[in-house]
Design a binder for this molecule. Structure first.
Ligand code: AHM
Ligand code: MG
Length: 335
């Protein structure tokens, strides 16, 4: 039988971004140029991830990053790839990475690099060597107009998540999927390896309002706040399921599609939780809200938090509206 072409139109992520931009008459095209740099980088990273076992990139480098964590070879490759793909795009002023101590100033701050790009090059590092889903997370801010050039990059970087212009992630899973938002819904693409392009498969993704799944590293239960422990007891009584991969990108991706709630609460060892506000929690919170979900640190909306440090950590409760509200009720009832 002769194969027939798929009847639906094919839209790549590059086309989609350009079309989104057409809706904004003042757009200059710079933004789509920036996002195309990010998608190029993630395609290169995915090609390393897919060949990791044969390309001799498994394992650690023997170094620790700025967070005191073991650096994996693929962390370094992913970080370098993003810097190489974005470093020459003239419209980027500052790059911030989980793997770097300081913001990297690409353009002179007086120059016309309008954007600040923050990323976690390879999230879920502990899963790299065991063939479990990992991902790349990114967040885009505009440089502030009210900062004097001599003040250094920090003020441009330390903006609340509400100021994000775009955010997204790529999950390197059983297939490679990219999700992004520019504040007008969440759109999802699958990498077609035959043509090397991310192809649209779902526009305006919505997160179910509820879902009987919780996702947390329950091994730390004894050191969670009492409210979280009581919530976990309640969820078990309601016959919830537990799903925990240990890669935020993959756990969030499942929660986005299926509903439920993901938690990384404070622990005695990490009183602020483990996840980083600027390039893990904020981009996921932006995506969650754009899909109809919610994200809180247990006290306030994640997107309203004013960061004080580049690598600041935050507790995170994120997912379906009703599930996040339920956790919040337990937390507010006293700890
Ligand atoms: P990483 O950015 O160094 O990979 O760390 C972040 C990861 C998240 O992807 C995941 O949610 C969390 O760490 C898992 O931590 P734990 O092993 O404590 O459950
Ligand atoms: Mg991470």
């Amino acid at each position: 039988m002769t194969p027939r072409a798929h009847p639906r139109n094919i839209t790549t992520v590059a086309q989609h971004i350009i079309e989104q931009q057409r809706a904004h008459p003042t757009a200059t095209g710079q933004f789509s140029w920036l996002l195309s740099g990010i998608t190029l980088a993630t395609k290169i990273i995915e090609s390393y991830v897919r060949r990791a076992g044969i390309a001799n990139v498994f394992g650690g480098t023997g170094d620790e990053n700025v967070q005191g964590e073991q650096v994996q070879k693929l962390d370094v490759i992913a970080n370098e790839t993003i810097k190489r793909c974005l470093g020459y795009r003239g419209n980027i002023g500052i790059l911030v990475s989980e793997e770097e101590d300081e913001p990297r100033v690409i353009q002179n701050l007086k120059g016309d690099g309008r954007y600040v790009v923050l990323f976690d090059p390879l999230d879920g590092s502990s899963n790299i060597d065991v063939n479990v889903s990992i991902g790349t997370i990114f967040s885009v801010l505009a440089k502030r107009d009210d900062v004097w050039p001599g003040e250094g990059p920090e003020k441009h970087v330390l903006q609340p998540g509400l100021k994000q212009l775009a955010a997204g992630y790529v999950v390197y899973g059983s297939s490679t999927v990219l999700a992004y938002t520019t504040g007008d819904g969440v759109h999802m693409f699958t990498l077609n390896p035959d043509i090397g392009a991310f192809v649209l498969h779902q526009e305006r993704v919505t997160m179910p309002d509820k879902g009987k799944t919780y996702s947390v590293n329950e091994a730390y239960r004894a050191s969670f706040p009492d409210g979280v422990q009581r919530y976990l007891d309640w969820a078990k009584g309601e016959n919830y399921s537990l799903r925990y991969i240990g890669s935020l990108v993959a756990d969030f991706h499942r929660t986005l599609l299926r509903g439920g709630v993901f938690l990384y609460p404070p622990t005695k060892k990490s009183p602020q939780g483990k996840l980083r506000l600027l390039y893990e929690a904020n981009p996921m919170a932006f995506l969650a809200e754009q899909a109809g979900g919610a994200a809180t640190d247990g006290r306030s909306r994640v997107l309203e938090k004013v960061p004080r440090e580049m690598h600041e950590r935050t507790p995170l409760v994120i997912g379906s509206q009703q599930e996040v509200a339920r956790v919040q009720e337990f937390l507010s009832a006293g700890s």
